[in-house]
Design a protein around this ligand. Sequence first.
Ligand code: TC6
Length: 719
Amino acid sequence: MVDYRVDNQFAVLEINNPPVNALSSDVTIGLYDGILKALQDDSVQAVIIIGKGKVFCAGADITAFSKPIKGLGITDVGHAIESSSKPVISAVYGVALGGGLEIALFCHYRISDKKAKFGFPEVQLGLLPGAEGTIRLPRLTGLPVAMEIITSGRQLGAQEAVKYGIVDKIVENDLLQEAKTFATSIIGKPLDSLRLRTKKVKNADLVDKYYDDALKEVKRKYKGLIAPVSCLKTIRGSAKLPYDAAAQLERSLFTELITSSQSAALRYSFFAERSAAKWRLPNGASSANTKPGTVGSAAVIGAGTMGSGIAVCLLRAGIPVTLVEQNEKLLKAAQTNIDQIFRGSVQLGKMTLEKRQECLRMLQGTAQLEKVKDVDIVIEAIFENLKLKQEVFAKLDKICKPTAFLCSNTSTLDIDKIASATSRPDKVAGTHFFAPAHIMRLVENVYGSKTSPETVATVMELGRKIGKVSVLSKTCDGFIANRMNKIGVEAVYLVEEGASPYDIDQIMEDFGMSMGVFKVLDLSGLDVGWRIRQEQAKALGVNLTAETKYLNAERYCSLPDKLYELGRNGIKTGRGWYRYDPANPRKPIPDLDVLDIIQTHCQNLGIKRREITAQEVIERCLYATINEGFKILEENVAEKPSDIDVIWQYGFAFPRYRGGPMFYASQVGLRKVFERICYYHATFPYSKHWLPSDLLRKLASSTDEIPINQWMNNWSSKL
Ligand code: TC6
């Protein structure tokens, strides 16, 4: 795990723990033993710590956090390094993160490759840098910089690291050779002043002011998260307390965090995201045994907001795009829109001017579908209508080369029905982007009954290439994301029963959702839902009125229709569930008129309103969603619960520190969740989404709580 060798006057300790040289107990033991060996070897004048493979060290082994601690800690190794009488130099390339950076900070010197990155990402795991990082970094960088770096978890480039004294020298050539040259230049120099433990924190007397300012910022930026606040407390300790007492405070706050539900959820989320890329189909094909096809060029059909956003994603990743619209006027508008997005990125410093020009050069607009004949992949993003899509796919099938993949950005429609319009259903898949496509990181890739493993591998790989988080779903009505989301449905019922929309939004925001559902409805426009409901009613031959209480044997609430009919379409008309001041249209204002409309609606229908608790709001909105999530698992629409949670985090801004609805259910306890679902099913028999899932019933009947990663082992459809 740590290769030890002596090369002339240098002991080289090479961390060798693929893939990212995490500090497992074998690595810490190896480093500790290596330092002792080097100290005992008279021929050794200096010690170099370096990493084998792509990185120096990605920090503590995150998989070990949920197991009992064994072996030596990072601080034990660190103290051995720092107190060494021979100079210890860390040579960093790739990344030095978390415990990896802490090891580097215990060294007397740090040199790095120019592309190396440094950081303390522990907050993103609900933790703090618990191997004295919060006490040592302020001694190098000063308090405000340390506060910002540690609470944000961001990565610093090598130049910035030099600026703050984290790196002593950036080197150009072979890192180990440079480390030896560097070591030769410092052998024999005194080490005392290089031991961070002995350094004073600059401007320690101002720490309370720095702390108060940083706390305000952290509470605003990282609402609901406890780890950034704990980081600030220990950094304050570094300035106020003697070193060992500050280290003691850091240890106790780290212990609190590591046992917190937030950290459990964030660590789960870290692995959930990576696991989404590892897909497996029911026929055994998987990411491990399937090669993706090549995507060197793409076409996007439909240049509306969605199509333009998708084109931006492809262009940014260096994939030339042929953008197809019905006429030149629409094309021109789309091209202007796309350029505006690029200009915005340049203004924000996220893109260079040259890159913008390169992207624009790779974009070709056309009104002729025939122009897509040579592309490797087509993504269709036209109006959500099956017949229209089938027509387009039939044409594409004739025009495109036989190897081309044909994808649809549909958010609900059956991929099998779309594929049936072609002679190549194996090459048809869904690539459901979320709006705005150039910003939202999620792509829900959808396979149909005939989609080939190669096509699945291709769309999953394309997602990775364009910087998205891709999750795989089997085709069904609404796929994972839209099928599962019952928050809006239950929220409207709750309003009818007695809750105020403003209270519901506040309760869900306090839970951690970034925006309440009624604000979201106003943002997307009440006309969208109204049109869908009208279509559904038309298909059933029903005429919807203000008195409609049931539709297709399901409970129906006509309040949203009423608002729409009063011209309250949401932000775009200045009024919806909220009202909006034209001077500040982004700020929703609760509206007494809406409360009157609700009151009148209930009086007319003879609904007796009642007091509704925050607990009921959470249960009704989330448990209904969770129940559907279990049905999605039962039907193999999602392969594993963590895929569902990734969709919720990236598609619906579900708080990452709660893991996602499925992880949240596992923390509440499946038996409790199941009992409440049964209760609501008995209370609301006309809402099909309360019919309890069989998988949930089975898991809840177990005497022991089954961990989330074992739910699917316990599921067989033959109950
Ligand atoms: C800490 O240090 C606390 C210290 C105080 C203690 C008292 N442990 O992301 P990738 C796995 S807390 C275990 O796909 P990339 C990852 O799961 C830690 N495993 O690659 C994946 O496994 P798979 C603070 C880890 O090139 C594989 O490595 N450090 C760890 O896109 C490749 O990962 C962090 O939070 C780990 N620490 O990015 C750093 N890290 O192949 C977390 C990764 O089986 N890591 N794995 O799926 C990262 O940010 C990124 O992984 C990366 C590499 C930038 C290192």
